[in-house]
Ligand binder design. Sequence first.
Ligand SMILES: Cc1cc2nc3c(=O)[nH]c(=O)nc-3n(C[C@H](O)[C@H](O)[C@H](O)COP(=O)(O)O)c2cc1C
Length: 274
Amino acid sequence: MLDNTSPLTLRYGSGGAPAAAAPNPVIDLLLRHRSVRGFRPDPLPDGALELIIAAAQSAATSSNLQTWSVVHVTDPAAKATCAAFAGGQQHIADCPVFLLFVADLARLNRTGAAEGIPANGNDTFEMLMVATIDASLAAQNAVIAAESMGLSTVYIGGMRNRPEETAALIGLPPAAAVVFGLCIGYAREGAEGSIKPRLPQEAVLHRDHYDLDRQDAAIARYNAAMADFYARERMNVQGQWTRHSAKRVAGPDSLSGRHELMRALKRMAFLKAE
Ligand SMILES: Cc1cc2nc3c(=O)[nH]c(=O)nc-3n(C[C@H](O)[C@H](O)[C@H](O)COP(=O)(O)O)c2cc1C
């Protein structure tokens, strides 16, 4: 049975796993990650959220600028609105803790003004990227911290579908935008999810020179591993991984409105120099 198989083997599908086993509990935890989309209503233990945020704040951050913030959405009506904005993702309404991770240049604009120094650099694509990276690294630390406490999570990129309405919902100032949401809670029975295979390392790990041509065989093997996964999980996925991934980026219409994101961010006072 695959259930008894090592997480490393499951992560690559049979046949493609690196030889070394997880040498410690941290790597074992990382290898066992899976997104969960069904949550029990049970609250997190006292202090757990604050520990998760401390772990998030412990992530590296560009120049120690800490250009991110997080909004804990507690109001059930606001969570329901977020679920609708994200295209009807019910797990947002159901999870006991829903966080919105914010790329936050507003704080740096404010501290710059207080110092009497212009913050024109914040108007560049580079600083939007810095804030997005900072928010992402913090969130991933939050995910690992949560999973280490027996909690489950799922990111919600769907929160970028309607960026200005989302910003208004949580009162964001100019130069602050939600990058994604994060559901945290205890997995509902039957919704624990499974370790989803990733691309063979031949496709992602390059030595000295990046090689695109070399990846075809590895990608073909991955299609087969994912076909096994979909069948095992009884997931109704049409076609191979390459096919539905291609459809995901086929055109602006496949992006759930997010093809307009840059224009929205400009209206939200990002990218003024671009
Ligand atoms: C930035 C980001 C945004 C995501 N957005 C969503 C989302 O809106 N809804 C959802 O159900 N899953 C979302 N996911 C979860 C991915 O679908 C999931 O990580 C991927 O399929 C791999 O599965 P795994 O996390 O179980 O290994 C998102 C993941 C990331 C990293």
